[in-house]
Design a protein around this ligand. Sequence first.
Ligand SMILES: C[S@@+](CC[C@H](N)C(=O)[O-])C[C@H]1O[C@@H](n2cnc3c(N)ncnc32)[C@H](O)[C@@H]1O
Length: 222
Amino acid sequence: MSVQDHWNTVYGTKGERDVSWFEALPSVSLEMLEAVGLTDETCVIDVGGGDSRLVDALVGKGLDCLAVLDVSGVALQRAQERLGPAAKPLMWIESDVTAEWHLKPMDIWHDRAVFHFLTRAEDRERYRAHLHETLKVGGSAIVATFAPNGPLTCSGLPVARYSPEALAAELGDDFELVEARTYDHHTPWGAIQPFVYARLTRRPIAPIQLRKDASEPSVFSR
Ligand SMILES: C[S@@+](CC[C@H](N)C(=O)[O-])C[C@H]1O[C@@H](n2cnc3c(N)ncnc32)[C@H](O)[C@@H]1O
């Protein structure tokens, strides 16, 4: 079964509160987004947003430059139906995060529980390429995964678990870890899932300097 078929089946057969990751209010995500300094002009992409209520909360704060990307069109449709007319001006992208997709530059990249499904190095490489293409220099990435003591699977699929430092290392030297939190998520049926949330800033690009070595006049270095 393809990744898309898997997730469309999940969203097509389970209700909102039948999935382990449901949150009535994505409070840690919202606190981290607020810590960046949200205004109604801030552009946010929720990667693997599914039918999360994060987008509802951001619309409620007056933001309308919002994109939700998910491999499951069924999940996106559910979110759109819940939001009603408020969904219209937003950007909805039905795609695998590792596939071809493009978006205008955004201020904040948010991902709760998607990166941890990318257990193959080449998929994480493509994720990083999209992160670099989409997030503005100076922008923030908020990424949440299962913690090192978290579950080994989610929705029946294997996941990788991360400490904040390991997550920062995965995103690369362009990112500085500015805030890390551990959080015990309570599933709708009361199980506890330890999560790690990392907030990182994309560093400004180092200025390019001309080498003073006369023997290599046409070579530039950082
Ligand atoms: C565990 S759920 C989390 C949903 C949402 N972020 C939340 O916090 O409620 C994982 C989500 O990622 C989506 N997903 C899984 N793999 C994906 C991929 N490779 N590309 C895009 N979305 C993916 C699923 O469809 C699902 O909506």
